[in-house]
Write a protein that binds this ligand. Structure first.
Ligand code: SAH
Length: 352
């Protein structure tokens, strides 16, 4: 059976060259780096153009390794330029990924799971049961596919930032997310700096310290409420990990990674948007280096919540700013194509 290139890390690829393709041990390190860098910088469809590789080795590689990637089965373009791709994985499950261009940067939002176990009440993905954890190759391939679509190869970097904020909970697929970040940040190849990648978690507190030491990207915490009572109503995961514990682990994370944590706060009318909530949030923000991103609530069919009015969002933000902290209001992008935060969902179901 052919091996798939994207299942290797650089070390296992080197071993493969030695053991399966009889590349001389002395040469293997150089060759593996050369091929790795080429595929991740120039794309997976051009391997035949790697003419600096001896023809014999090139032919061996082409016949023994598959460069197959998942396929895009639908593309939707929003009036604001956001693009949502529905991707069919090689095992036929489906996952979504979203490209969000802005004036000075462009972000790719990728998924870590098909479906989700968390059931946050305001999130559409939460209505889809967990189908599976994505393999690290399936996480990285979302980036590769998007780059191919946008012809984003070489140094131009149309996709400047990557956020793990699509479908799923990254820290419930910790190992694959860790390996994927290793490949995304590798100077050979994709070369995204750790400060260009954000992992967003609903607050799996016991994984935060490991992530600080082993992953080290920016961290976003989906807080969405300043106290356990409200948080528990909208995020069942809060029964397991309380805000006090999250604060403690975030303190640790920022002490190791030396960056502010981004608190995400989706504004739900009449639920978590009172001025009292803002004051409580200020007290929470005093406990570790952080800023807050106030998110417009994106509706989806059947959801019970309404978005907070714009002027009320601004009042809420003012209280936080007046206390000396950063509060930004995240404009919703790609709403018309259901590509905005919390709107992703596919038809994939768990097989019995
Ligand atoms: N499980 C991770 C990452 C996926 S969700 C996490 O919870 O962080 C990405 C972000 O979108 C989270 O902050 C999530 O709370 C937010 N979100 C979910 N549903 C939303 C909605 N309907 N409108 C706006 N943001 C939403």
């Amino acid at each position: 059976m052919q091996k798939n290139f994207f299942h290797f890390n650089i070390e296992s690829f080197r071993h493969f060259l030695i053991n399966d393709l009889s590349v001389d041990e002395k040469q293997a390190s150089m060759r593996s780096k050369q091929i790795w860098d080429f595929v991740y910088k120039k794309g997976y469809s051009k391997i035949a153009d790697l003419t600096t590789l001896p023809i014999e080795l090139r032919n061996k590689i082409i016949s023994s390794i598959s460069f197959d990637v998942p396929k895009i089965i639908s593309t939707q373009v929003s009036t604001d330029g956001t693009i949502k791709w529905l991707i069919r994985l090689l095992d036929n499950n489906e996952v979504e990924c979203v490209f969000i261009p802005e004036k000075t940067r462009a972000t790719l939002c990728i998924s870590s799971q098909v479906g989700c176990t968390l059931n946050c009440r305001f999130c559409h993905t939460g209505t889809q049961r967990l189908v599976k954890n994505l393999h690290f190759s399936e996480i990285v391939n979302q980036v590769m596919i998007a780059k191919e679509q946008l012809n984003d190869w070489d140094e131009q970097k149309k996709i400047s930032n990557i956020v793990l904020m699509g479908m799923g909970e990254p820290f419930y697929n910790y190992e694959n997310v860790k390996f994927a970040v290793e490949i995304l940040k590798d100077k050979l190849g994709l070369s995204y700096g750790l400060k260009k990648i954000t992992v967003s978690t609903a607050g799996i507190a016991n994984k935060i310290p490991d992530a600080a030491r082993e992953i080290g990207t920016y961290l976003a915490l989906s807080l969405h409420a300043p106290n356990d009572e409200i948080r528990e109503l909208i995020m069942p995961i809060n029964k397991k990990f309380k805000i006090k514990e999250l604060v403690q682990q975030c303190k640790y994370y920022s002490s190791i990674v030396k960056e502010k944590i981004t608190l995400e706060y989706v504004m739900l009318r009449g639920i978590n948007d009172s001025l009292e909530c803002a004051k409580q949030l200020v007290k929470l923000m005093a406990q570790f280096p952080c800023k807050v991103n106030l998110i417009e609530f994106n509706r989806w069919p059947g959801v019970q919540y309404l978005p907070t009015e714009r002027q009320d969002m601004e009042k809420f933000a003012k209280i936080i700013e007046n206390a000396g902290y950063i509060a930004t209001i995240r404009r919703s992008r790609g709403q018309d194509i259901f590509g905005a935060c919390g709107q992703l969902r596919t038809e994939s179901q768990k097989k019995k």
